[in-house]
Write a protein that binds this ligand. Structure first.
Ligand code: PMP
Length: 367
């Protein structure tokens, strides 16, 4: 039987080692006689799991001391409301927030933010078919924006920022808010360049249910009165992510993934591996006209690689043949069609090699 490689965009592949460890600890965590799922979140066992996960994440991303790490629920889409509810109160109402529209997920963020603020779309690549990030020199930013929102990796469109824009001068120091759901921990980042980083866990971190927020301390404490207490970052921070019951099992698995990442050598080592994996796939895509890509080279995502068969009538046959080879979940998002290979941290290079080999064979057999 073929080795199975899972290219799902999320929930997505997790390191086998982590799943094996979780399986071995499922019924009895460290001699406690309980599964992690059955423990009180306020007991010493789970408290130690949470503290370790936070400390490991802080170390992996080099999170400065003046930033809080929050473990929340609600997902990326939840944050689309939670972010404005926490940040627009720092400005006179109605506040304006700036958005850079680079694909489906920043689009959804824009739609949601309109419920809480004036939204200024400072730049958009929509007319260009979301093929990249508009040049920052063309961004029409607001002088006193409450914040500037970016989606630094557009999971559906396959567009990634390979730079951090500097918006401070044009906005009177508005913080950058980055939706990093689909590339957090895949590359080295300078957290100090952002006011807020958020992401759902279910791609590069762990199971669905956990949402990560990294927020600079001075941005806490201005939540709008309508903000639910459980989503008021100040309340959550003051209670060390224990204001209400956190998603305990997801945090536990995320913690195992953090330890796995440390064993791999940390984020800088993962980044090199991710570059090698992405190059392998893009180099093949560039070498053939059987498949087509639509994103400008300088903005190609290392995590999510959308591609199209030139002859789209072969789509179903491609997916069926891929499945036969053990290459799963390659179908593109329904809004854009085509194919998408998500190659997160837990995807080994052998998986990408197997994919390229299959794509070459399929192209050969169908031309
Ligand atoms: N932002 C990005 C970049 C995403 O990829 C996703 C999910 N695919 C979301 C937001 C939405 O996340 P959730 O489904 O956790 O609400």
């Amino acid at each position: 039987m073929n080795t199975i490689y899972n290219f799902s965009a999320g929930p997505a592949v997790l390191p086998k080692e982590v799943l094996q460890q979780a399986a071995s600890e499922m019924l009895d965590w460290h001699g406690s006689g309980m599964s992690v799922m059955e423990m009180s979140h306020r007991g010493p066992e789970f408290m130690s799991i949470l503290a370790q996960a936070q400390a490991d994440l802080r170390e992996l991303l080099n999170v400065p001391a003046n930033y809080k790490i929050l473990f929340l629920q609600g997902g990326g889409l939840g944050e689309n409301a939670i972010v404005p509810m926490n940040l627009v109160g720092r400005k006179a109402q109605p506040a304006t927030v700036d958005f850079i529209h680079t694909g489906s997920w920043s689009g959804k963020s824009i739609k949601e933010a309109k419920k809480y603020a004036n939204v200024n779309i400072a730049a958009s690549s929509e007319n260009a078919g979301f093929n990249g990030v508009p040049d920052p020199s063309s961004w029409n930013l607001t002088k006193d924006a409450a914040y500037v929102h970016l989606c630094t990796n557009e999971t559906i469109d396959g567009v990634e920022y390979h730079f951090v824009p500097d918006v401070a001068q044009q906005t009177n120091g508005a913080p950058l808010v980055a939706d990093m759901s689909s590339h957090i921990l895949s590359r080295v980042i300078d957290v100090s360049k952002y006011g807020v980083i958020f992401g759902g866990a279910q791609k590069n971190i762990g199971p669905a249910g956990l949402t990560l927020v990294i927020v600079r301390e001075d941005l806490l404490g201005s939540a709008l009165p309508i903000c639910p207490s459980a989503f008021d970052w100040k309340i959550v921070a003051d209670n060390d992510s224990m204001y209400n019951t956190p998603p305990t099992y997801s945090i536990y698995i995320a913690g195992l993934v953090f330890q796995w990442l440390k064993r791999q050598g940390g984020v800088a080592v993962m980044e090199q591996k991710n570059i090698a994996k992405a190059n392998l796939l893009y180099d093949y895509l560039d070498s053939t006209d059987f498949y087509v890509t639509r994103v400008d080279k300088e903005f190609r995502s290392r995590m999510n690689v959308p591609f199209y068969l030139k002859d789209e009538s072969l789509n179903a046959a491609f997916l069926a043949a891929a499945k036969e080879r053990g290459l799963l979940q390659l179908k593109g998002h329904k809004s854009v069609g085509g194919m998408r290979a998500s190659i997160y941290n837990a995807m080994p290079i052998e998986g990408v090699q197997a994919l390229v080999e299959f794509m070459r064979d399929f192209a050969g057999a169908n031309t």
